[in-house]
Design a protein around this ligand. Structure first.
Ligand SMILES: Cc1cc2nc3c(=O)[nH]c(=O)nc-3n(C[C@H](O)[C@H](O)[C@H](O)COP(=O)(O)O)c2cc1C
Length: 382
């Protein structure tokens, strides 16, 4: 792995870190989460407030960071990871803090309460979170009407879809189809989530014939919906776990390439627990944040190699600064997403990553971000 200190801006603590975070961290993590997402939802709808938020946190125009992919032009590569805005309540607010795209959800056909509380834990000494939320969400219909009321989306919105807890894996296909039927007009992209560790057996859908059958069904439903709504087929991606071994990754890569999906999101949270210091380390659930960064980059690197760079990858897992973002890009990611860093560093992290990325591209002589995607693989071959 390349060692670099550039992009690790030794920045002053932000207003968020000195004023907001201490207050939010006094609250139960899930309550703090709802307060922030609810607040962003309300601010995003207030006349003039989105402009104020953009003035504070928006990312300046950095044309070298623009990414053309999936039929969209992303202003820069940094978007919101799934699970932060599960019900698409704050699309305008999240766009206003500078994110170039959002992944909303995971949404299931029927609303469901998720697992028993407490189910979200902070591990500040590790820069991490552990969650076992279990797809708490209001359901596909509620998300569809919310996105319908939103009107034109300020940034591309990917809808992450899953199955209800009560649906057995054998019938999972029905749930994914139902989400697509209800939400197709309201999403720009779709992400098939088969990698959350908090829905029993969900991750088994990543393997063997199960994945092939599911992706065939999803592609078929996309075709049906495209015909029904009279537009081109919208891109669908699949989100995978960092806990797959090499053989599993090889099979996933082959299936995904054959199924014609548009890309892969690498990765979801991990059930591994190595090197953690915090007392919450033994909580059950998916671990996110700094301890996930290296493994998620490794999965990106492997998927890029296995698919010979032909399948776009969205890289997510422990991105906290520009150096971490750049590692994922050089390993093969075309777009990136953040979650845990927003909790620990606040909205300013998006601008910090983008500015640092622009510097790193310049340092390495890349005119555009696209030129750096997968650069490590080309260097290794020389
Ligand atoms: C509280 C919480 C809830 C999450 N919910 C979802 C979810 O519903 N669907 C999903 O695909 N990923 C979910 N994720 C995983 C994130 O999208 C992301 O893949 C993971 O957190 C790694 O990124 P990070 O290290 O930047 O947080 C969730 C993560 C957290 C921390």
């Amino acid at each position: 792995m390349r060692e670099t200190n550039e992009g690790k801006t030794p920045s002053m603590p932000s207003f968020y870190e000195t004023a907001c975070k201490p207050l939010l961290f006094c609250l139960d993590p899930e309550k703090a989460h709802h307060l922030v997402v609810g607040g962003l939802g309300i601010f995003g709808r207030m006349p003039g407030a989105a402009e104020l938020m953009s003035a504070a946190w928006g990312v300046p125009d950095l044309p070298e960071l623009a990414v053309e992919l999936f039929g969209f032009r992303f202003r820069h590569p940094v978007g919101l990871a799934a699970g932060m805005d599960k019900d698409a309540k704050a699309v305008r607010g999240f766009a206003a803090i500078g994110l170039a795209f959002l992944e909303v959800g995971t949404v299931t056909p029927l609303g469901q309460p998720g697992n028993e509380k407490p189910r979200l834990f902070r591990l500040p000494s590790d820069g991490a979170l552990i969650n076992r939320m279990g797809f708490n969400n209001e359901g596909a219909e509620a998300m569809a009407s919310r996105l319908g009321r939103l009107g034109p989306r300020p940034v591309p919105v990917a809808v992450n879809i899953g199955k209800n807890k009560a649906t057995p894996n054998e019938e999972a296909e029905r749930d994914y189809r139902k989400c697509l039927r209800v939400l197709y007009p309201y999403g720009d992209l779709f992400v098939v989530n088969v990698s959350s560790p908090n829905t029993p057996d969900l991750r088994r859908l990543q393997h063997g014939d199960d994945l092939r059958k599911l992706l065939d069904a999803v592609r078929d439903e996309i075709r049906i919906q495209a015909e029904r709504t009279g537009g081109p087929e919208k891109p669908v991606l699949v989100k995978i776990s960092p806990d797959n071994d090499d053989t599993q990754l090889e099979r996933i890569a082959r299936t995904v390439m054959e199924s014609g999906v548009a890309g892969v999101v690498c990765t979801n949270t991990t059930i591994e627990r190595q090197g953690l210091t915090h007392r919450h380390a033994a909580e059950t659930g998916g671990l996110s944040g700094r301890p996930l960064a290296a493994r998620s980059t490794e999965v990106i690197r492997k998927m890029y190699a296995l698919t010979e760079g032909r399948l776009p990858i969205i890289g997510v897992g422990g991105i906290f600064d520009a150096a971490g973002a750049y590692e994922k890009i050089r390993a093969g990611a075309s777009l990136l997403e953040v979650y845990t860093a927003l909790v620990y560093k606040g909205p300013g992290v998006v601008k910090e990553i983008c500015r640092g990325l622009a510097e790193l591209l310049r340092r390495d002589g890349f005119a555009r971000l696209a030129d750096a995607v997968g650069a490590d693989h080309r260097q290794e071959r020389r």
